[in-house]
Ligand binder design. Structure first.
Ligand SMILES: [Fe+2]
Ligand SMILES: [Fe+2]
Length: 172
């Protein structure tokens, strides 16, 4: 598994510092997510890329970072987990499980709640209400695809992020 190492970005680190110190959040490292990427690194990649996108777009980057880091805090190996009687498949049920666990870690804002609960749209029916929720939902799919292809997003480098964010039409 690739270890999850916080990006050097000091503002990002400050935004998620209390979450990163949480044992529950760090325990995501024990659960594989996509390919050789564990759940903690996946969530960190989603959090950081969402943070960058929301800063660029003038949105609530702090909520995107925190919601992104908590969005898959379901705390089990979904590859071997099976739903019990009356439970829904992982793809549908894990946002609510992550939200319940996240509420034990921190107080959540409405935007952070929206991010966690709606990030599986359009698999789940309700789309995110907030623009930050829509950013995280899109970033989650992008990050997941790259991880599944064995090309996880690099968190140490920022040059590729600068290139990515230099999209015409986006506010500097
Ligand atoms: Fe998820
Ligand atoms: Fe995810």
């Amino acid at each position: 598994m690739r270890a999850a190492v916080l990006p050097a970005d000091a503002a990002f680190r400050a935004a998620v510092a209390d979450l990163w110190a949480s044992g529950a959040v760090r325990s995501m490292a024990a659960f594989p997510q996509h390919g050789d990427v564990d759940c903690l690194r996946h969530c960190l990649a989603v959090a950081y890329l969402s943070w960058c996108c929301c800063r660029r777009l003038g949105l609530n980057a702090r909520a995107a970072a925190r919601g992104g880091l908590l969005h898959d805090l379901f705390l089990y190996d979904w590859h071997t987990w099976r739903p019990g009687p009356g439970e829904r498949l992982h793809g549908f049920s894990h946002p609510a499980a992550a939200l319940a666990n996240a509420r034990r870690v921190t107080d959540l804002t409405a935007v952070e709640t929206d991010i966690i609960l709606r990030h599986m749209w359009p698999l789940t029916r309700k789309r995110p209400d907030s623009p930050e929720g829509r950013v995280v939902t899109a970033v989650d799919k992008y990050v997941s695809l790259l991880e599944t292809l064995g090309r996880p997003v690099p968190l140490r480098e920022t040059a590729w992020l600068r290139r990515l964010l230099a999209v015409p039409g986006l506010r500097p």
